[in-house]
Every structure is written in C-alpha cells, then in structure tokens.
Design a protein around this ligand. Structure first.
Ligand code: ZN
Length: 573
C-alpha cells in the first residue's frame, strides 16, 4: 500500500518560484543569494500557514546546494536531496513552542561553534521563536552577537512583537502577508486538477474563505473534505464538515440588502450561527471583488474567480456601481469598529448596519446626490425642459445634459450575464416631453388613441427575472396586473395599474423599494433607465396616497420633481 502524503506536504513549494503570494520576500532572498550578501539571522514573520518555515527550508537548501549558494538550487546534489528528505544533519529544526527553556538554547550554542559536518552552512530553523523564555532569549542573543561564520539562523514567528528588541535588531526581518482569496482559490484549483478531483463550483472558494489567508489551512481542510467526500466533493459535503467560509450566506444577505427585502434579511441573519466578525469579513470580501470587477472590467486578472462566481460578482458590480459598493464597504468597516467597542451587541450592530444599507436613500453615493441636485437646479431654471432623470436606483449615471437640450438615450453597458434574454430595447427616450402642467399631474390621463404598447414584449422576461428576485411580488403583478396593465405614461416613466389588491398585496406593491426593484429589472431588459410606479386602482398613485398628499397643490411641478428625485411624501406646503 502506498503511503498517503497530506496535500499540504505533497504540494509544499520546493523552490522560490513555486512560492505564491510572497513576491517581496522571495525577491529579497533571491537577491541576497545572487549578490552574496548573506546575513547570519533572518526572522520570517506573518500569519499562520503563509509559508514561513517553507521559505526558511528553501533558503537553507539554497545556502547549501553544492552548486551554490544559489537562488536556484540544482535539486539533484546530495545536499539538495538531503534537504528535500529532511535528513540533512546540518539543518537543525527546533520548535520553540515545545522547547522554551534556557537549556535547549545553551545546548544549541555549544554545538553551533563546531563546523558543519557535510554542508557549507549550519542552519538553525527555530519556529515560533517568540515562545522562548527570557533566559533562552538572552542565551540566544549571546550567539547572535558574535555568530560563527558557518552558522545561519532562520527564525519564524506569528508574533514578532513578543520577540526581544535586541534579537530583532540583529535579524533581517521578512514580513509575509496573508494570501489573497484569489491566490488560494487558484492554488486549490490547481491542486484539485492534479489530484483528479472535480469539486462542485464554489467549493474551492468556500475553502479559501474559511482559510483566512493561510494556504496550509486551506489544504488541510481540503484533505478532510476529500477523505469525507471522495473525488467529487460538494458544498453540502463542506457544510457537513463545518468548513464553509460563509461566502454563500454573505452573497444571499447582500442580495436581500440589494432588493431591500428586510424580512428576508433578518431571517437570513437569524439563520447564521457563525461568528459575526467573520461574516463581516465575508461581506467585505464579496463587495471588494465586485468593486474590483466594476472598476477594472470583466477580464481583469486582479480577480481570479472563474465561471459562475465571476459572473455573479460582475453582475453585482454592474448593478450597484463602484461608488455604492465602496460606500457599503465603509459602512461595514464602521460597523466592525462599533462591534469591537460593544462586543455584547455584535449581532444587533450588524443587523442595524445591513438594514441601513438596504435603504438606498440613506446610503446614496455623494455623486448621485449631487447629480440629483443638478437635475433639480436645471429643472428649476427651465421647468419646460425635457426630463432627464429616472429617479430610480440606477447607480452609475452620466453627467446631466445641459438644460434645454433634448435628452439622448442613456448609454448603458450591455448586460453581460447570460440570463438576460435577447429583446429589442424600447424606443429611445427622445420623444418630446409633455408640457409641464401634465407632468405635475398625479395620474396623467391615457392618450386618447391607445397605441399598442412597446412594453408588451418585455412582460414575460420581466416577470421571470422579477420572480427570481422577489417571487411574491412577481405573483401579485401577474395576478393583479398583467401584460395590458402597464404603459409608459411619459418618456422614461412606466406605470402599472393593479386591481383588487388585498391588504398584504397592497403593502407589498406600495413599498417604494419593491418598485425600485421592478425599475431595475425593467431598465436592464429595456436597455435604458426607466422609472416604475405601481398604481393601485383604489388608492391612486402610491407616491401621493394619504390625505396629506391629497391636500398638496397638484400643479406644483417643482415640488413633485423634488419628491421624484429624492423620494418621501409631501407633508405640507
Ligand atoms: Zn544542489
């Protein structure tokens, strides 16, 4: 029976080029070897599983290769083979966590003065060096003050601040960074491919999320997963193992935030039993990837997610736009700080933050706000000019057109997701706008000669996409509205009339954020920005239902433009 080698050992890098994600450190060491500027003590510090001892072992091999010292050891000489088999007598590894006392270091000091037996350099690799006792540190310091020429010390630690300053000042300090999510995913994909493992989409991402920057953790979790699930592991297997990183939960929660579905958001949070801080990390990571894609485009190598995951991150980036994504990230970071101050209320603070984000008005990017103000300014100056704003959620808008010029159709990026059905867009919004008086009407009268609606072709795609985002809402629109119930009452504004609404349906369709969801779906399908209002037969226009609004003068176009742009209801004038 062939012995099984755990993945972390089997795929441990053996040369500098095989080390991933630590380019600075490998560059420094390779340079030192090439130039012959070799120190007597190096300290590798960084989080667990980032390759500290791996780098130390590679460096030891480089120092002792018979063709060296060299940055590219031959791998075939006796020294290289000894190093790879961990049988080199002149490379001594010590775990300071289990040998903290002064005696170990004294012994080491007595041995160090003797020349190496076979190799060029006697290398001491001391892991977790911060665990040494004070006496041991002082004994170590004595050797470091006058190191024998044939000795090199390679220390590794996760906590450099616990190492005595006098030791630190005698070492070259090399800082390793946690590996990026993309880095770990890419490596796991490679390892799975060469192991003949075909994992369900998303498994390597979940493993990488859970590993929190450490490759060794990712690989050892992968080992357990393969032992449990064989060669075709699924996300369900990973959940059984308890090794899921919360990426799926984070995606779903962000979907609820985006759709302003606060009930689902709270249910989702209640179902999450992990650590709140980790969940915030996951949320931030999901948003960060979407931001990178939104800024750098679909093909950017900065994100190594592939397939469906990349598509869904890309779609989120396009829907929200970089500014809103960045704003959401800042809010989450702030929530994280508050959670640190008030740890007993972590859950509540996270809920508060996400609920807040779900209200697009409270987290409107400044540029969007400025644009709306500009639109208002231009409207105030030229109330008869054409409308140019949809008042909706669409995050990225071009600069407003100068007042008085006709509004061209807003250029929109073609939806890149495969799910968008191929439909011809609505006619561009270049048609002359109705006079200002009409615009101020709450419910403009239908045109005297009804023309066939160009919206009709979008009805089915609209419903099917909406039902993916908000099934209940889509059902109400299907049963209480129908394809004949919507029309573009003016350029860029679509109204849908609903009949016989039950109270709960009335509440659902009255929610402005639900209407915005409809607007987003419709705009995407139509290829241009459209505002969308659900109008119930009984209650009149949503926007102005209630007696306060009824009392508002109907012909004040400016006031209604303000409420169009910023939402809210008119209380008094
Ligand atoms: Zn060699």
């Amino acid at each position: 029976m062939s012995s099984y080698l755990v993945l972390a050992r089997k795929y441990r890098p053996r040369t500098f080029p095989e080390v991933i994600g630590q380019d600075v450190v490998t560059g420094v060491l390779e340079g030192a070897l090439r130039e012959g500027r070799l120190g007597h003590a190096y300290l590798f510090c960084g989080p667990r599983g980032t390759g500290k001892t791996t780098l130390a072992r590679i460096f030891a091999k480089c120092l002792n290769c018979e063709k060296g010292p060299t940055a590219s050891p031959c791998g075939t000489c006796e020294r290289c083979l000894g190093a790879e088999a961990s049988s080199e007598v002149d490379v001594i590894e010590l775990d300071a966590a289990s040998h903290t006392g002064i005696d170990t270091i004294r012994e080491l000091r007595d041995e160090a003065i003797y020349a190496p037996m076979r190799a060029r350099t006697k290398v001491y690799i001391i892991d977790e060096v911060h665990m040494l006792s004070k006496g041991a540190f002082n004994a170590l310091l004595k050797i470091l003050e006058e190191p024998p020429a044939h000795v090199c010390f390679l220390f590794a630690t996760t906590e450099p601040h616990k190492v005595l300053d006098t030791i630190l000042s005698r070492c070259q300090i090399l800082r390793l960074s946690p590996l990026s999510l993309e880095c770990i995913v890419a490596r796991l994909d490679e390892v799975f491919a060469s192991e003949g493992v075909s994992a369900e989409a998303g498994v390597t991402t979940e493993l990488a999320y859970a590993a929190r920057g450490g490759m060794r953790d990712a690989l050892s979790q992968a080992d357990k997963l393969l032992a449990l699930a064989g060669d075709e592991p699924t996300l369900a297997d990973l959940r059984r193992l308890g090794g899921e990183g919360g990426a799926r939960e984070a995606q779903e929660l962000l979907d609820h935030v985006e759709n302003a579905d606060r009930a689902a958001l709270l249910r989702g949070l209640a179902a999450f039993h992990g650590d709140e801080n980790e969940l915030v990390d996951r949320l931030l990571e999901v948003l960060r990837i979407a931001t990178v894609l939104a800024h750098c485009g679909a093909e950017t190598p900065l994100v190594s997610l592939a397939g469906e995951e990349r598509q869904s991150a890309l779609a989120r980036g396009e829907r929200l736009g970089p500014e809103r994504l960045e704003l959401w990230m800042s809010e989450l970071v702030r929530a994280r700080e508050r959670m640190r101050v008030l740890p007993s209320q972590e859950r509540t603070l996270l809920e508060l933050c996400l609920l807040d984000l779900s209200r697009s008005e409270t987290t409107m990017p400044l540029s969007e706000l400025v644009e709306r103000l500009r639109a208002l300014e231009s409207f105030a100056a030229h109330p008869d000019g054409p409308r140019s704003d949809d008042g909706g959620f669409a995050p990225a808008r071009p600069a407003p057109t100068p007042p008085g010029t006709p509004t061209p159709a807003r250029p929109r990026p073609k939806p890149r997701t495969a799910e968008a059905p191929a439909v011809s867009p609505l006619p561009p919004a270049g048609a002359p706008a109705p006079p200002a008086e009409d615009r101020a009407e709450i419910l403009p009268q239908p045109p005297p000669t009804p023309a066939p609606s160009p919206l009709a072709s979008l009805w089915e795609p609209f419903l099917s996409e909406l039902s993916r985002k908000h099934g209940a809402l889509a059902n109400v629109l299907r049963s209480r509205g129908g394809a004949a119930s919507w029309r573009e009452v003016e350029s860029g504004v679509v109204h849908m009339e609903l009949e016989d609404l039950q109270p709960d349906e009335d509440k659902l369709t009255g929610d402005r954020s639900n209407q915005r969801t409809c607007a987003r779906v419709l705009s995407r399908l139509a290829g241009r920005a459209l505002d969308f209002r659900l109008v119930s037969e009984a209650a009149g226009s949503r926007k102005t239902s209630g007696k306060a609004a009824a009392a508002a003068p109907k012909k004040d176009a400016f006031t209604h433009r303000v409420s169009d742009l910023f939402g809210g209801t008119i209380e008094d004038l």
